[in-house]
Design a protein around this ligand. Structure first.
Ligand code: NAD
Length: 500
């Protein structure tokens, strides 16, 4: 271990906090293959203390003026923008994604902070004057209370930023439980929020695993849970937190298909498949993992993708490479195992990432970009979310065949069509049961003023992340019917109130 004495604490009440946890977990630099520090793993009582801090901060924060909360967001946005290079370095050191990709992640997180700045407008409520004679009706949005946010390893900054700026803008207080695999970004963000003037206790961070998550899901003072991670855990989180009376949004895994029709510009489509398949080593929930290539152009398309892959440099994200390592050794080995599965299932391995040259430390968790053609849809290579730099090609007869496959998938996160036929694109968008669709756009992550989320096993609950859905999720509506009494309102009438 580079520095075994360096143990990352929780962040509670505006400062680092040890809690009672004695258990720790190592935090690796995946490009070096050795732990850089370790992180405390919260007990249920540590989580209880963080929730208590958030609950104590809630009355004052929910009463704070819109101007106060708005000003905090403005300061936070400015500081994040000014210091983003330091955050990018943390992301590369703990996640492994290359520096330019880390900068992209932060840019998308910043967009959500900028969207959250629309809060004075979005929290305005509605007013109907004289809904009945002399009666006014108005509705207002109020915070839900203490919010628990549980985030995955693959976007250690962006996913927390999808949620906490909006939750805080709406007057809630937060306990964030980031992934234990790359936890430092969460503390960095919490410290930045403190520098931007956020009162103590409004944003807290606890580190840990299932024990910490379970404590959040079942804590009586937590009103809402926002979760992002794999589908089995999202399903579990949704069921457990709902059973404990909480509002829940749980975003799960994905298996995203990209359909290439014969009339597409094959060079642009091949560029897109390589970018979306291998960016962030395929560890993105919106990565393209399957190309559906119509038979007529499939050979040509596979050749173009393979040619582009020869130019990709895999290695240490600090050295200007295109693609970094995988998150852990176990995950790297699991992903590499799909190459054996592919061979056993008689798919054709066109580019074998195990043989890629690596510009990095030999102990890093490396697997180069991999292309597998003629993958049978019965193979685990097609069915499983691999979450690595493995691009599968499935050959399809045509449009209907492709749409049937997409709709048969248990996931419904993202999909894309590449074509120059507007009618086909429109039919595609209407017919696929998927939450986010790209037309000649391979990674259709919606801008921050729309909302992000999939269908089916990619999202449990009825609210997507950020955008208008974000403000709806983190607020509850009150409708007020008001009449200022005067003598004309007297009299007894037990009938159901009618408007006149
Ligand atoms: P994960 O499900 O292993 O972990 C997510 C979070 O849950 C982490 O904070 C982790 O500590 C916690 N956790 C892990 N095991 C748990 C358990 N048994 N009980 C309770 N909590 C537990 O996911 P990951 O490997 O960190 O992230 C990758 C996954 O996240 C992929 O499946 C990816 O598709 C998905 N993801 C989805 C989206 C989306 O928007 N739909 C975005 C990013 C990532």
């Amino acid at each position: 271990m580079t520095n075994p004495a360096d143990v990352l604490d929780h962040w509670v009440d505006g400062k680092p906090w040890t809690g009672e946890s004695t258990r720790t977990a190592p935090v690796y630099d995946p490009a070096l293959g050795v732990p850089q520090r370790s992180v405390r793993m919260a007990t249920a009582s540590d989580v209880g203390a963080a929730v208590a801090a958030a609950a104590a901060a809630l009355p004052a924060w929910r009463e704070s003026s819109i101007a106060t909360r708005h000003r905090f967001l403005l300061n936070f946005r400015e500081l994040l923008n000014a210091r983003k290079d330091a955050l990018a370095a943390i992301l590369t050191a703990e996640h492994g994604k290359v520096l330019s990709d880390a900068a992209g992640e932060i840019a998308r997180g910043l967009e959500v902070v900028e969207f959250a700045l629309s809060m004075p407008h979005l929290l305005k409520g509605e007013f109907s004057q004289n809904a009945s004679t002399g009666v006014d009706v108005y509705s207002v949005r109020e915070p839900v209370g203490v919010v628990g946010i549980i985030s995955p390893f693959n976007f250690p900054a962006m996913v927390p930023l999808w949620f906490f700026p909006i939750a805080i803008a709406a007057g809630n207080t937060v306990v964030l439980k980031p992934s234990e695999k790359d936890p430092s970004a969460a503390n960095w963000l919490a410290e930045l929020a403190a520098d931007a003037g956020l009162p103590v206790g409004v944003l807290n961070v606890v580190h840990g695993d299932k024990e910490a998550v379970d404590a959040l899901l079942t804590h009586p003072d937590v009103a809402a849970i926002s979760f992002v991670g794999s589908t089995p855990i999202a399903d579990y989180v949704y069921r457990t937190a709902s059973a404990h009376g909480k509002r829940v949004q749980a975003l799960g895994g994905a298996k995203n298909h990209m359909l290439v029709l014969p009339d597409a510009d094959l060079d642009l489509a091949a560029d897109a498949a390589v970018n979306a398949g291998f960016g962030s080593a395929g560890e993105r929930c919106m990565a393209v993992s399957v190309v559906l290539a119509v038979d007529a152009i499939a050979d040509d398309f596979v050749a173009r993708v393979a040619e582009r892959m020869q130019g990709l440099r895999t290695g240490d994200g600090r050295r200007g490479c295109d693609m970094g390592p995988l998150i852990t050794r176990e995950h790297r080995d699991r992903v590499a195992g799909y190459l054996d599965t592919a061979a056993a299932d008689r798919a054709r391995v066109v580019v074998d990432g195990r043989e890629s040259p690596i510009d990095g430390d030999p102990n890093g968790f490396w697997l180069g970009p991999t292309l597998i053609d003629r993958v049978p849809v019965t193979s685990a290579v097609y069915r499983d979310e691999i979450f690595g730099p493995v691009l599968s090609v499935v050959r399809v007869e045509g449009f209907e065949h492709a749409v049937d496959l997409i709709n048969a998938s248990p996931y419904g996160n993202g999909t894309a069509i590449f074509t120059n036929d507007g009618g086909a694109a429109r039919r595609f968008q209407r017919q696929v049961n998927v939450g986010m669709i790209g037309v000649n756009v391979p990674i259709p992550v919606p801008v921050a003023y729309h909302s992000f989320g999939g269908w089916k096993a990619s999202l449990f609950g009825d609210a997507k992340a950020y955008g208008p859905n974000g403000f709806a999720f983190f607020t509850q509506e009150k409708a007020i019917t008001s009449r200022w009494l005067d003598p004309s309102h007297g009299g007894i009438d037990l009938g159901f109130p009618r408007n006149s």
